[in-house]
Design a protein. Structure first.
Length: 546
């Protein structure tokens, strides 16, 4: 539908797909945007009608002279002439055509925020012993719950935030959630008792989950499919590295400033990001951008018959009713989404289970102090960075192979993102066997840290592969797909740590971690079968039902 993009708009942003040579791919993604919802549009037009309406609409928006206004009013009788779309193939309002710096800024802010809110989930862990003393609590399970209740908030927030972003736009949801996240974190810092702290932690987690679910959708809005790997790598590393580095930072703060300062530091950083995003971030969601453009044109021209091509003909209330059940629909009726939700539920749950077991093991078996125990998590961090570079290198290699074969990106199926998933899954049991039996026999402390690094590598590969697959597979509804996934994995992240110590008491460190390894081995057939039958399962669910 759209012609070739001018070179002047390329902006040199090759990694994120803004150069002129990728215009064909950008236009194809725009076609995917329309195809995702236009079958639900009352009075929707066919392809020839879309082409006709584009030629008319592209002459009128933004430059509303008296002649344009007269032309629009004269064509009111022709329904196709009243459809609002992008102003040509290099329309600056189209997020695919934004300049390089704008895309870098949006992606950078989202990636930083997606690092900070998960970091806040575990940064408080080293302060639990001092908290228990201050509040005169002796219930160890309650102490663990103060940490994990934040992750429980991750399970509830996405079910509201993702649908809201697909009705009212991404930015307004980010701004509101950022402000509320900061407010409830201040509440944690000032909490007078354990009950208040638990409540504030839950709501901080619920609103802090927003960037983790909506960020993938924002990246999908701006960046074409074959160029998303770099942006998604930066975005996906946050939910894994954040919780890993949290105890490192938290241990130092608790030892030097006390546990309340942990929350003040998060408040300062969160507040700075919230203000920066309010001042600089632009809306990326195409239906909302075109809706605002249509409203502006109606006001300027007086033509009340204008409507966006992506308008589904529903009120905001009706759109929200449809959107609020979308993550649940995906979780229940989409086989792929269901399978990967339970898959990442186990993988992500393991990560938070380690946050409970590492202090217990290294303080009791190796005599580490609270701040030194925090450094142990760097093993997971190093492994995660290895996984990040491994995954990114493999993805770039695939893209170069496609380019050499001059393969059109429309032929690229989302399943290509799952190439390394079996490898990542295999690394998990290997890491747990090393970690479990080296701590059982109290070998040198470096040995279990190597096991943690192997776990971190596998965890990162699994997380990134599934996240990128869901973004590519569900495109317009990526936020809802990620929300459904986040709900399940957050439930596991909140509950598994509560039973970790009891499991180790009953089975010992060797067999306790071996049990986790055996469960991970049982997951191995999933990525193998999905690579073979994934397309059939994915296409068996019609996105038009959303």
């Amino acid at each position: 539908m759209l012609g070739r993009k001018k070179d002047s708009s390329a902006g040199g942003f090759e990694l994120l797909g803004v150069e002129a040579e990728n215009t064909k791919e950008q236009n194809s993604d725009l076609e995917n945007q329309k195809a995702a919802i236009e079958t639900n549009t009352p009075g929707g037009t066919n392809n020839s009608q879309h082409q006709h309406s584009n030629s008319k609409a592209s002459d009128s928006p933004l430059q509303v002279t008296s002649e344009d206004e007269a032309t629009l009013n004269a064509l009111d009788a022709d329904p196709d002439s009243n459809i609002v779309w992008w102003d040509g193939d290099d329309d600056p309002e189209n997020p695919y055509n934004w300049p390089a710096w704008q895309k870098y800024l949006n992606c950078g802010l989202l990636s930083t925020l997606t690092f900070i809110t998960p970091l806040a989930s575990s940064i408080f862990a080293p302060g639990v012993p001092k908290l228990m003393v201050d509040f005169k609590e002796t219930n160890q399970e309650l102490g663990a719950f103060v940490v994990s209740v934040y992750v429980l908030g991750f399970a509830f927030g996405p079910m509201l935030m993702a649908p809201l972003s697909e009705v009212y736009g991404r930015t307004i949801v980010y701004h509101v959630c950022n402000i509320l996240f900061v407010c409830f974190t201040v509440g944690c810092a000032l909490a007078p008792n354990m009950a208040a702290l638990i409540v504030f932690r839950f709501f901080a987690g619920a609103f802090g989950a927003c960037p983790m679910t909506n960020g993938g959708g924002s990246i999908s809005d701006m960046i074409v499919q074959e160029k998303r790997a770099v942006a998604m790598s930066a975005f996906s590393i946050g939910p894994l590295i954040g919780p890993i580095l949290g105890p490192v930072v938290g241990g130092v703060l608790v030892d030097n400033k006390g546990w309340r300062w942990v929350f003040w530091v998060v408040t300062i950083i969160g507040g700075f990001l919230a203000v920066t995003m309010i001042l600089t971030m632009r809306e990326t969601y195409a239906p909302v951008i075109l809706k605002r453009k249509t409203q502006r044109l109606i006001k300027e021209t007086g033509n009340v018959n204008l409507r966006s091509k992506l308008d589904m003909g529903l009120s905001d209330a009706d759109l929200f009713k449809r959107a609020i059940v979308r993550p649940t629909k995906l979780l229940i009726f989409s086989p792929i989404c269901t399978i990967f939700a339970f898959y990442l539920m186990i993988v992500y749950g393991y990560l938070y289970l380690l946050f409970t077991s590492v202090p217990f093991i290294f303080q009791n078996a190796y005599g580490f102090s609270a701040s030194t125990v925090g450094l142990v998590y760097l093993g997971l961090g190093v492994g995660s960075f290895v996984g990040l570079f491994w995954f990114s290198f493999d993805t770039n290699k695939q893209l170069q192979k496609m380019k050499a074969q001059q393969q059109d990106h429309k032929d690229v199926k989302p399943e290509v993102r799952l190439k390394l998933l079996p490898v990542g899954t295999l690394l998990l049991p290997i890491g747990f066997f090393i970690y479990g039996w080296t701590t059982e026999y109290e070998t040198h402390w470096m040995a279990p840290i190597i096991g943690l690094a192997v776990i971190g590598t596998g965890n990162l590969i699994c997380f990134m592969a599934v996240s990128m697959y869901l973004v590519d597979a569900y495109n317009m509804y990526a936020a809802s797909a990620l929300a459904a996934n986040t709900v399940m994995r957050s439930i596991a992240g909140a509950t598994l740590p509560l039973c970790a110590l009891k499991m180790y008491d009953a089975l010992g460190l060797g067999w306790g971690n071996s049990l986790l390894a055996f469960i991970a081995i049982a997951l191995l057939p999933i990525p193998i079968l999905i690579k073979r039958y994934g397309e059939k399962l994915r296409t068996s669910f019609n996105n038009d039902r959303l």
